[in-house]
Design a protein around this ligand. Structure first.
Ligand code: BGC
Length: 250
């Protein structure tokens, strides 16, 4: 019988959770989504996570993603989430809301990268791969032969008097009403900068906009191959469920 886990992906607009078949990377049953509370304070998000687990009737271990740097199960940053997350002891927070449970928290892009390695594009497991998630911000996961180097935060690399994610996230595309051609030019500049610094063998493009990859990946002018993520919006949840199963404690 397959092993089943549970993952929760905390995003800016929704908090999503599902049972995951850890052998196939598929969801078992429906994905549950609850709108992210506003403000998305630590307590409000923890309460929403409890509501998802109650609705799913899941009482086993849980993997949780956050759009934050997570080190030693402490959140250190909060770029696109409520500032109350900075310096939060995640073990203490979640053991208050979910006592007696194994909970592992990790960065959202790191979770997506782990899921892509296991269940996504076959080339994701070899060489030096950079996964990027384009959304409100830009998340990154560095994978060397499938092994994660966590918390790389490339979205915050200084770029053009600002930072990468303020120049080329998909939220910027929407807010500035950029065409795919205009946005792809910006993404190309960012990828070219990453090439200059890290010389990866492959970029994997994830986030919601990877669903429309045919509209922009062919327009990129950087030299490293770029493939669209295969797990689409499943990646965060699947990676979270994998992390708790594997005992990854970033
Ligand atoms: C955060 C990252 C996160 C990314 C995508 C950035 O603003 O700093 O931790 O992975 O957004 O959500």
């Amino acid at each position: 019988m397959s092993k089943i886990g549970f993952g929760i992906d905390v995003g800016g607009s929704g908090i999503k959770g599902a049972r995951v078949d850890l052998e196939t990377g598929e969801f078992v049953g429906d994905r549950i989504k609850i709108l992210t509370p506003k403000p998305a304070t630590t307590d409000a998000v923890a309460e929403t996570i409890v509501a998802i687990l109650d609705q799913a009737e899941w009482d086993g271990p849980v993997g949780i993603t956050l759009p934050s740097v997570v080190k030693n199960q402490h959140a250190h940053t909060a770029a696109n989430i409520d500032p109350s997350w900075v310096n939060t002891d995640l073990t203490e927070l979640f053991s208050r809301y979910l006592p007696e449970r194994r909970i592992h928290v990790l960065n959202d892009a790191d979770a997506a990268g782990l899921a892509e390695v296991k269940f996504g594009h076959p080339d994701a497991s070899y060489g030096s791969v950079i996964m990027l998630t384009f959304g409100t911000g830009i998340g990154s996961a560095f994978l060397q032969d499938g092994v994660l180097f966590p918390n790389t935060e490339l979205g915050h690399l200084a770029f053009k008097d600002s930072e990468v994610e303020k120049y080329a996230s998909s939220a910027v595309k929407d807010n500035e009403e950029l065409s795919y051609t205009q946005w792809a030019k910006r993404v190309s500049k960012v990828l070219t900068e990453f090439e200059r610094l890290f010389w990866p063998s492959l970029f994997i493009a994830g986030g919601g906009i990877s669903r429309k990859s045919e509209k922009w990946i062919p327009k990129l002018t950087s030299t490293t191959p770029v493939v669209a993520a295969e797990l689409r919006n499943r990646a965060g949840i699947v990676g979270a469920a994998m992390a708790v199963e594997q005992g990854l404690l970033p």
